[in-house]
Design a protein around this ligand. Structure first.
Ligand code: UD1
Length: 418
């Protein structure tokens, strides 16, 4: 099994290029089921994307990935489409459930494996099904599968989500794209990745508008052929490397990004005393010595992202005083805490709040990755720790970080995979 070795305390300097967003690419790939032919550019070459591509191929789409150009071309010309997402493909990547909306909308039926729980929580799909039922779908759960059908096609409806969910919003938008009549979705997730999906669907002929947390959809009349879409940059990857730069950077530059997308993250880092300079499409981070304590709570966008909580915690271990993180999205997202404690961090968890007493001196240790973002927080801890850190189970990292070692090595980090 592969491991990462990191010799910490090396200052980072140079440029880090940010890949396309995994969490935007996944729903857009699901959306290509609704298209005839589409080309996506700025695709991150990470494991979850390959799994989604496997799923689309299994369903019957023709998919061509160009690894040199980071593009994917998709053609949906097969007459024998399978409206099925099997367990083996959904269990490793929960976003597989996003094919439910488009399959049901286009082929009037779908059988999708229930994704089950994962390390960070139970992760139910009740909100996805709640919206689809409002559009007239008949849904039952049998032998671990969601079995959905609609005899006369989906019909637009007024849906108010009881809680905000990124995946449920995306599945509902995908299902309502060409439903008969008008749809109003209330209390939606408005993450940049949801907006990117809507941008793609509008290129495809959709008539979708976002107003605050409402999404208004008028059923699409005519699908446009041969569309091209450039996927938005990965704001979580950017946030992760910005924190790396705040921890051990001398001067690290990020180009071709839009700082407006990560306003909250920038505000948080500034409050912590991180030295950064922002331009229209560039962020530069400089050596920051006096890191200050802060308390944050994870929230749906535009709040502070749960996907960046573990990484920020590493920076908090360097801060003067006591910082706090309240995790309000997932019930079990502090799996990185015991591993960070083994590296010398002083962290206590009370209810859903992590209390981080700083500054602590981190020292290298052999640690275990548990999920995607927890793993990368251990990489950040390894970069700032004394001596050598060995990270096991790094397949979690490969699900979502493209060329991680290469990007860090380019900035002089001492990191290698064995
Ligand atoms: C997406 C992201 C993930 C991120 C999360 C929250 C992708 C592929 N993944 O996951 O990286 O951490 O948003 O920003 O984009 N919930 C229900 N019922 C449902 C659906 C969700 O109760 O039917 C709950 C979840 O358990 C969780 C909360 O709602 O507590 C938010 O989850 P959700 O926004 O749906 O996360 P995902 O779309 O799975």
């Amino acid at each position: 099994m592969q491991k990462l070795l990191i010799n910490g305390k090396k200052e980072l300097s140079g440029k880090i290029s940010i890949s396309g967003s995994k969490n935007a690419t996944l729903p857009i790939l699901a959306a290509t089921i609704l298209s005839d032919k589409a080309k996506l550019t700025n695709i991150p070459l990470v494991k979850d994307i390959f799994t989604m591509v496997e799923l689309l191929k299994f369903i019957g789409l023709k998919v061509n990935i160009s690894k040199d150009k980071n593009t994917i071309e998709i053609e949906n010309i097969n007459k024998n489409i399978k409206t099925l997402a099997p367990y083996k493909l959904v269990k490793t990547m929960r976003a597989g459930v996003l094919v439910l909306g488009p399959l049901l909308a286009k082929y009037k039926k779908a059988k999708i494996s229930l994704p089950g729980g994962c390390a960070i929580g139970t992760r139910p799909v009740n909100l996805h099904l709640f919206a689809l039922k409002k559009f007239g779908a008949k849904i039952k759960i049998k032998n671990g599968y969601i079995i959905a059908e609609t005899r006369d096609g989906l019909k637009g409806a007024n849906v108010t989500f009881p809680n905000i969910s990124v995946g449920a919003t995306e599945n509902a938008v995908l299902a309502a794209f060409n439903a008969n009549g008008k749809t109003i979705l209330n209390n939606c997730a408005i993450e940049p990745e949801v907006k990117d999906l809507i941008k793609f669907l509008n290129k495809l002929g959709g008539r979708i508008k976002i107003v605050g947390r409402k999404i208004l959809i008028t059923g699409c009349k005519k699908i446009k052929k041969n569309i091209t879409h450039e996927v938005i940059f990965d704001r979580i990857e950017l946030g992760t490397y910005m924190i790396a730069a705040a921890l051990v950077g001398k001067k690290v530059i990020f180009n071709k990004i839009d700082p407006r997308v990560i306003k909250n993250e920038i505000r948080t880092l500034k409050k912590m005393g991180v030295k950064l300079q922002i331009q229209k499409s560039t962020i530069e981070i400089y050596k920051s010595n006096n890191i200050k304590k802060i308390s944050i709570s994870t929230k749906p966008y535009p709040g502070f992202p749960t996907d960046l909580q573990a990484q920020l915690m590493v920076l908090m271990t360097r801060a003067q005083g006591t910082s706090k993180i309240k995790e309000s999205i997932f019930e079990n997202r502090f799996m990185h805490v015991p591993e960070l404690k083994r590296m010398g961090a002083n962290i206590e968890i009370k209810n859903k709040i992590a209390i981080i007493k700083g500054p602590s001196k981190l020292t290298g240790a052999e640690v275990m990755a548990t999920d995607l973002r927890a793993s990368v927080s251990l990489v950040l801890a390894g970069l700032v720790a004394d001596n050598r850190t060995i990270i096991n189970r790094i397949y979690h990292l490969d699900r979502g970080y493209e060329f991680l070692e290469k990007k860090l090595k380019n900035c002089k980090a001492r990191i290698k995979r064995i």
